[in-house]
Design a protein. Structure first.
Length: 155
């Protein structure tokens, strides 16, 4: 169990009774990005094919609980996801991809470069799929063991 000392209580949250009484943290925490429309060109389409008008990214990052349950309101204590989002945007705009799978692979490899990311769940989908409706995508779940193996492979 991880504990953290509360130095200044959050608004409307009572402080612990004593200075030594810690705050128990949950065993899992996540950063969730949902429905991010990315500027990417994926696939080759013929004249009668449905060409997607959007590619949407969902990304759930597993991070340590102490990066979410923080004792103070300071950026240095949390996972800064802004550089990762910029990196994903750069990857998406870099060139034309034939498959969603390749872009997913590139994003996962980028995530492996962030040691604070323990595991992830990524889904990239396009819309529409048929007659102006539906979404179609690929999902990959990378657990902690697989993330460590990936880091070793690309190191």
């Amino acid at each position: 169990m991880i504990s953290v000392r509360v130095t200044r209580p959050c608004p409307a949250v009572p402080a612990p009774r004593t200075e030594n009484e810690g705050l128990a943290l949950p065993s899992q925490s996540y950063v969730e990005l949902k429905d991010l429309q990315i500027a990417v060109r994926i696939g080759t389409y013929g004249p009668d094919d449905v060409v997607p008008d959007a590619h949407l990214l969902d990304l759930t990052l597993t991070i340590a609980p102490h990066l979410v349950m923080v004792p103070r309101d300071e950026m240095a204590l949390v996972f800064d996801y802004d550089p990762l989002i910029r990196h994903i945007d750069t990857l998406a705009r870099a060139h034309h991809y034939e498959t969603q799978e390749r872009l997913v692979t590139c994003i996962v490899e980028a995530c492996a470069g962030y040691p604070l990311i323990e595991a992830l769940d990524i889904c990239l989908r396009k819309r529409p799929v048929l007659s102006g409706t539906g979404t179609l995508g690929v999902r990959l779940i990378v657990d902690g063991e697989a993330m460590a193996a990936l880091r070793n492979a690309i190191a």
